[in-house]
Design a protein around this ligand. Structure first.
Ligand code: AMP
Length: 203
């Protein structure tokens, strides 16, 4: 039996606190592709005190969006690495319509396109309570009540509209993000398999 199937070029989208980071990492592992998380790249650069980290720190701490040009550069560099040639899972990019256009242009040049967009749906109150818990546990500086409200407002205003674009392309899988971690992972895997994506062979 061949294990080729449709390439896993995925995007996971959901409000902060939807669990997209956790589920994204699980899905990437199951389908044998790297996760490309812009938030993780920025946080690592801040922790290491790089030039990029210094440029984005204040923006991230306020819960605002890093400028598109800078974010696009980070993503293009990462997607150009050899491990992303056969597939990838984007987490946190694109986050607005202009980033969708940038990503389309980049992928078009490679004769590629996203094969599925996972939309994790979680009620607003549930996202907020998960974020407050994460703030208490991890002490993320962008998880204060004020910053959380700002990030959710930006999600609704700028990020939610990108789903309409992808919905028109017929690639959005809306997944109920309430349940146990395993239940949610199973829902996502089932929906991707139904689209012809194939898990990586067991080691
Ligand atoms: P995240 O971990 O995805 O919630 O990202 C944390 C923060 O990094 C966001 O609140 C933004 O400040 C910044 N960030 C991450 N991805 C992007 C993006 N695609 N565009 C602009 N800013 C971003």
């Amino acid at each position: 039996m061949t294990r080729t199937g449709i390439p896993a070029r995925l995007l996971i989208v959901g409000p902060q606190g939807s669990g997209k980071g956790t589920q994204g990492a699980r899905i990437a592992e199951i389908f044998g592709i790297p996760t490309v998380s812009t938030g993780d790249v920025f946080r690592a650069n801040i922790a290491q005190g790089t030039e990029l980290g210094r440029r984005v720190q204040a923006i991230i701490e306020a819960g605002n969006l890093v400028p598109d040009a800078l974010t696009g550069e980070v993503v293009r560099d990462r997607l150009a690495q050899p491990d992303a040639a056969a597939g990838f899972l984007l987490d946190g990019y694109p986050r607005n319509l202009s980033q969708v256009a940038d990503l389309d242009a980049f992928l078009d040049d490679r004769d590629e396109q996203l094969t599925a967009v996972i939309e994790l749906s979680v009620p607003r109150e549930e996202s907020i309570s998960r974020l407050e818990l994460r703030a208490a546990e991890q002490g993320r500086t962008d998880d204060t009540a004020e910053v959380i409200a700002n990030r959710l407002a930006i999600y609704e205003r700028e990020t939610a509209p990108i789903l309409d674009v992808y919905r028109e392309r017929g690639i959005v899988e809306e997944i109920d993000g309430v349940g146990t971690l395993d239940e949610i992972t199973d829902r996502i895997v089932d929906s991707l398999e139904a689209r012809g994506l194939v898990r990586r062979a067991a080691a």
